[in-house]
Write a protein that binds this ligand. Structure first.
Ligand code: NCD
Length: 309
């Protein structure tokens, strides 16, 4: 039986390096498969999604992933048109969705929401973003992208830039990187520094620095992971306005990087990467979004098939 069969994906902290590598191997296999054979993997299986927050890539990549492996999807992406509007609880909604499907994908503004849902659901739950806490499938996609584009993860110098306080992808990525031998440089405005208590365990596993100055290590980084300032999570708009536009990766900054530095972003991008960077060979964020479809298809294939595929 494969390790992921019939299991939830709630936190990247639940996985060992071997398990992550196993997902990467299955992702490679998924990418190499003939599309017709791929459609046999989850034939007739149903994925349901429940998104209490906006999403483009995560939801659509799950929909596209399940379709590519022969399954189908149903769900709620506009919560205002669901019974939540009438006051139905998250617990009841999850219970119902799990009756109608084989696996449930949830995005919710509260930390702990996916863990809670997994205790109620009769089917595996995949966390597609829980508050400011975690976004494990994004981190798996990010690690896979690094591995594909740099041919390794060990030994890399990785800069993580932007909203390190509220950006959940950052916490999942850091936890995932904790399984590798990497050097991490965290770059953020003072008010958006990493929540130290949330990375207590990671601090023991990887060496990292913190800085407000993006130029400090820029000429030495192999990966620059840029994040959006999470406007919607600021308790006060004034505070957001103070940090808005803090870092902008443009062609000028790109020139200071190594020739083979890759630039990643979980997207959506606002102004933190200038659009003229898109056409450079360093820009890998759209490729990263494409890999997300395959990493998710691989995860679904493993969750829904006892012996993998
Ligand atoms: C991220 C998220 O929802 O945390 N989006 C995504 O899933 N790619 C990042 C963000 O919203 O900035």
């Amino acid at each position: 039986m494969n390790d992921f069969f019939n299991k939830d994906i709630i936190s990247i902290k639940d996985y060992t390096r071997d398990q992550l590598e196993n997902i990467f191997e299955y992702t490679d296999k998924m990418m190499a498969l003939d599309p017709i054979k791929r459609r046999e993997i989850c034939k007739g299986k149903t994925l349901s999604y429940l998104f209490y927050e906006p999403s483009t890539r995560t939801r659509l990549s799950f929909e596209s992933a399940i379709a590519s492996i022969g399954g189908n999807s149903l769900g709620i992406s506009d919560i205002s048109s669901s019974s939540t509007q009438k006051g139905e609880s998250l617990g009841d909604t999850v219970k119902i969705m799990s009756i109608y499907s084989d696996v449930l994908v949830l995005r919710h503004p509260l930390d702990g929401s996916s863990r809670f849902a997994s205790e109620i659901s009769s089917k595996p739950v995949i966390n597609a973003g829980s508050g400011t806490e975690e976004h494990p499938t994004q981190a798996i996609q990010d690690l896979f992208t690094i591995k594909k584009e740099k041919k390794k993860i060990d030994g890399l110098k990785i800069g993580i830039v932007g909203d390190l306080k509220y950006g959940r992808t950052v916490y999942s990525l850091l936890s995932g990187l904790g399984n590798y031998d990497v050097e991490v440089h965290l770059i953020s405005p003072e008010s958006l520094r990493i929540r130290s208590d949330s990375i207590y365990d990671i601090k023991k596993k990887i060496s990292f620095t913190e800085s407000t100055d993006i130029e400090e290590h820029i000429d030495d980084l192999d990966v620059v992971y840029v994040t959006r300032i999470q406007k919607e999570r600021f308790p006060d708009e004034e505070e957001y306005l103070k940090v808005k536009g803090s870092y902008i990766i443009g062609l000028d900054l790109l020139q200071k990087m190594k020739d083979d530095t890759i630039i990643l972003h979980p997207l959506p991008r606002l102004d933190e990467i200038a659009t003229d960077v898109d056409k450079t060979k360093n820009a890998k964020y759209f490729q990263q979004a494409e890999y997300g479809k395959y990493t998710r298809a691989a995860m679904l294939g493993l969750i829904l098939n006892e012996n993998g595929f």
